[in-house]
Design a protein around this ligand. Structure first.
Ligand code: MF3
Ligand code: CO
Ligand code: CO
Length: 264
């Protein structure tokens, strides 16, 4: 396993790609409301990335082993959809929760971030799941520093989420990121404190927990991409791209309107 330690020049490029990914979410936020289709959100984000930011949308035609090329520029995962929801002609409706996952490529480097959005007024349960998943991500982020262990991240996320009665999706994880969309290491969102590799300054990876209100089991839909909960329970996800530093971490995908970290 080879984990790339980024040079200062690469880190500078990752800061730009990361901020741009966050700014796509800022840009699209006012459009995420009842009546809009996820295809329309995909088009808005695509055009903003390409025409305004001069970025390449990384998901478009992305074809990891065993997958048909991804047909759209962003992922839109609604309600019981866990991740990799493919934008389509379905209109978002009052009470839905939706994750928008944006990955930009700028100057050869990737930035990857996602947020949950409420359509109108969500149920109390849906709001609690989304807020708790945001806090789970931040609890994972806050364990990061040079010398800490990779497993500390997953342990912090899992113990918090399962303590609330939720379950963590196992099949998908955070990932190293840089010149490639998905690099080593795999960043599990569950695990044992002190396990795994030791973190070093200059590593860059995502933390992107998927938390289900019901059971952890998932399945893939016939489109070959969309992942849903088997029990059709609600699922939420948040994602940031994180740089490991000597004293802690730097969140590379922050932007003006990114929700602030929760107080503990
Ligand atoms: N952005 C997702 C992640 O966080 C990956 C999406 S792959 C795609 O890793 F092909 F579905 F876009
Ligand atoms: Co990611
Ligand atoms: Co992502």
């Amino acid at each position: 396993m080879t984990i790339c330690i980024k040079t200062p020049e690469e880190i500078a490029k990752m800061r730009i790609a990361g901020r741009l990914a966050g700014e796509v979410l800022d840009y699209v936020t006012p459009f995420v409301k009842a009546g809009v289709t996820t295809e329309e959100l995909d088009r808005l984000c695509h055009d903003y990335m390409v025409d305004v930011q001069g970025c390449i949308p990384a998901p478009l035609n992305y074809a990891p082993h065993g997958h048909a090329p991804y047909p759209k520029s962003i992922c839109t995962s609604i309600n019981h959809q866990v991740c990799h929801g493919v934008p389509g002609d379905k209109k978002l409706k009052n009470g839905d929760i939706v994750n928008l996952d944006i990955t930009t490529i700028k100057d050869g480097y990737h930035g990857d971030t996602s947020r949950m959005f409420y359509i109108g007024e969500p149920s109390i349960q849906a709001r609690r799941l989304c807020e708790s998943t945001h806090e789970a991500m931040w609890r994972g982020i806050r364990t990061v520093r040079a010398g800490a262990m990779l497993g500390d991240i997953g342990h912090a996320i899992q113990s918090f989420a399962e303590g609330l009665g939720y379950s963590i999706v196992r099949e998908f994880c955070g990932h190293g990121i840089g010149k490639k969309f998905h690099e080593e290491p795999q960043v599990l969102h569950y695990g044992k404190f002190g396990s795994g590799i030791r973190l070093e300054a200059g590593m860059i990876f995502t933390i992107e927990p998927m938390v289900n209100a019901g059971k952890a089991a998932i399945k893939q839909l016939g489109d070959g991409w969309t992942i849903v909960t088997k029990d059709h329970s609600l699922s939420a996800q948040w994602e940031h791209t994180i740089l490991v530093t000597e004293s802690g971490f730097e969140v590379l995908t922050l932007s003006a309107d990114a929700p602030p970290p929760p107080e503990l």
